[in-house]
Design a binder for this molecule. Structure first.
Ligand SMILES: [Zn+2]
Length: 290
């Protein structure tokens, strides 16, 4: 993992990391409660560190100061493992994937567990990104998005895997409620949406030639989450502006709407998920039918 701070700051960072969940100078205890309001974890934290990272925490502590509450903060409904990783990040600038995630992945009944090994981490990066969005920590959002892309970008990793589809579905499912919480994110694309859009757009040929199952999953995602198609279209527009290669308007055979297809380039309609045969030479078209 690349350092997130200049190297001169490493002694400060390692000093800071030693305060992670330490009672020394701790001025707040964070209790994570499960659905039955039973505490799952109790953690020593420092208001200054949490407030420096997150305005949401700063607001919580401000309210607490005004109302003279006990220095214990109860957190309901948040994902405990992701929350622990978020605190780890706040003190150390990085996070680790909990062991429970790795043990659950090995219990996969199929032999494909080995292939999908880093992809299972995608779910964790996605959950942590959602939490970072809720608590308005953009640097952690960026790190999660980068780790997500690293763990699922070909040729280093297989693409697209079933877990990748699950992670994308999870991301867009979690995006709706959290984006209304954090008003900062409304107009700008969050880092994980951007990473996914880039991944899909730059691997569109791979997706177009993927198995029927994978194509069906992509189509389902595009239909269920129009925002996904809009994000990929935005990425396509950005890429096109960077190096215009021309293009022609073609009616999509799936939804009959007009889409821009580049010459000699296979593409997917991001509105309905159908394959659009653009200006592809005839022999390539015949080859696809075999
Ligand atoms: Zn279409």
């Amino acid at each position: 993992m690349e350092p997130l701070v200049p190297q001169t700051d490493t002694s400060f960072l390692s000093g800071l990391a030693s305060f992670h969940n330490s009672p020394h100078f701790s001025d707040v205890t964070i209790r994570l409660l499960d659905a039955f309001s039973e505490p799952v974890y109790s953690l020593h934290a420092h208001k200054l560190v949490l407030s420096a990272h997150s305005q949401i925490f700063a607001n919580i502590f401000n309210e607490e100061l005004q109302q003279r509450w006990a220095p214990v903060i109860d957190i309901h409904d948040d994902d405990p493992t992701a929350f622990l990783a978020m605190l780890e990040y706040m003190y150390s600038g990085s996070y680790s994937i909990p062991a429970s995630t790795s043990s659950s992945r090995s219990s996969s009944p199929t032999g494909s567990a080995e292939v999908d090994i880093s992809a299972t981490d995608l779910i964790f990066h996605t959950r942590l990104h959602a939490l970072a969005t809720t608590y308005a920590i953009p640097t952690l959002q960026n790190l999660c998005a980068r780790n997500f892309a690293l763990a699922s970008t070909p040729p280093k990793s297989p693409f697209p895997t079933p877990t990748w589809f699950t992670a994308v579905e999870l991301h867009y499912t979690l995006l709706c409620p959290s984006s209304s919480l954090s008003s900062l994110m409304i107009d700008t694309l969050d880092p994980l949406s951007l990473a996914i859009a880039r991944q899909i757009y730059s691997n569109r040929t791979v997706l177009l030639r993927a198995s029927l199952e994978a194509r069906a999953m992509l189509r389902e995602l595009l239909v269920r989450f129009p925002q996904l198609g809009a994000d990929v279209t935005g990425e396509a527009r950005r890429a096109w502006k960077e190096s215009p290669r021309g293009g022609t308007l073609i009616a999509c055979k799936g939804c009959r709407r007009w889409v821009v297809a580049c010459v000699a380039e296979a593409m997917i309609c991001w509105r309905c998920g159908e394959g659009v045969v653009g200006g592809i030479p005839n022999e390539a078209r015949d080859g696809d039918k075999k």
